[in-house]
Ligand binder design. Structure first.
Ligand code: NAP
Length: 286
């Protein structure tokens, strides 16, 4: 990679950001396509967010990803927000359009692509059980509702947060039926039976943590399980799905697909198919 005077800068802001796999994915695509771009990590502490965003604009950075903890708080600092990001209440991609900062959310697009490519899942008319009600859950709901699911059940540890999420989406998507469930063992049973797809949008599973007493044995044999967590590659939830003979996938496909969508927004060209995912897999296995 040769950096010259005209090289365009892309990056990611977050805190921490050192663990991010995005620089690897994007620089692999830049290199493969021979584009005059470079993607760099920018660690940004919460109290420096506003200064950092103004700085990125002033420096003419072409675009940047936004990760934890800035995905929602960055929104008022931007000039325009896409309808999908507005609905999610979170931005993960910012494009600098000649000084105008436009916020997008590509997580939902990434989830749908991964569900299709990794699990062959078709959302139309399906029943989806979502574990969690944070930013990732909002992205999942927005994309699944737009893709035509018929019923969504949200199960969250903090009931009020689950309620707030369901209320927002119920107002917006009249054709989808929304339900709230407890995460507690036993209470989830009927919803597990009814679900065509279970999506874990919580951070449970990271570093091998698991949901207390959650057992997938009652899920229908055609049902699929998706875990947005990808480290470890096989979370306890996915191990349980496999034991029960259910098709399942971790969040690597989503990570790569949200990156591909951001890359197209910034560069106007598509990342070579499969390249970002292969690059991440190589890194995780290494
Ligand atoms: P967030 O807004 O902080 O929400 C966290 C969610 O996890 C909340 O629903 C929270 O429940 C729940 N939770 C946390 N600890 C829990 C526990 N011990 N038991 C039960 N529930 C628990 O975070 P986020 O942005 O939604 O991200 C959530 C996860 O999705 C992260 O692991 C992130 O890495 C992953 N993610 C992956 C991708 C991908 O591309 N694969 C993309 C986006 C996010 P409460 O409301 O009760 O606190």
């Amino acid at each position: 990679m040769k950096i010259v005077g005209k090289t365009k800068i892309l990056g990611i802001i977050g805190h921490p950001v050192a663990h991010s796999l995005s620089p690897l994915m994007h620089n692999a695509a830049i290199e493969a396509l021979g584009l005059d771009f470079v993607y760099v990590p920018f660690p940004v502490e919460p109290e420096s967010l506003s200064a950092a965003v103004h700085g990125l604009r002033a420096l003419g950075v072409r675009g940047f990803n936004v990760t934890i903890p800035h995905k929602s708080v960055v929104m008022p600092l931007l000039d325009k927000i896409s309808p999908e990001a507005e609905l999610c209440g979170a931005v993960n991609t910012v494009s600098n359009e000649n000084g105008l900062l436009v916020g997008y959310n590509t997580d939902g697009t990434g989830l749908l692509k991964s569900l299709r490519d990794d699990l062959g899942f078709k959302p139309g008319g399906s029943v989806v059980l979502i574990l969690g009600a944070g930013g990732a859950a909002r992205g999942a709901l927005a994309s699944l509702c737009n893709a035509g699911v018929s019923r969504i059940i949200v199960a969250n540890r903090t009931r009020e947060r689950g309620e707030a999420l369901v209320e927002t989406f119920r107002d917006r998507f009249g054709k989808v039926s929304f339900h709230l469930s407890s995460l507690e063992t036993g209470r989830l049973e009927e919803n597990l039976k009814a679900a065509d797809l279970l999506v874990n949008t919580t951070s449970v599973g990271m570093n091998g943590t698991s949901f207390d007493g959650l057992n997938l044995a009652s899920m229908a044999s055609h049902a699929k399980v998706y875990d947005m967590v990808y480290s470890p590659a096989e979370t306890p939830l996915l191990a349980d799905a496999r034991r029960n003979g259910l098709a399942c996938a971790n969040g690597i496909g989503m990570l790569a697909a949200q990156g591909e969508a951001a890359f197209s927004i910034w560069t106007g060209v598509e990342s070579p198919p499969g390249l970002m995912k292969d690059r991440v897999l190589a890194e995780i296995v290494a």
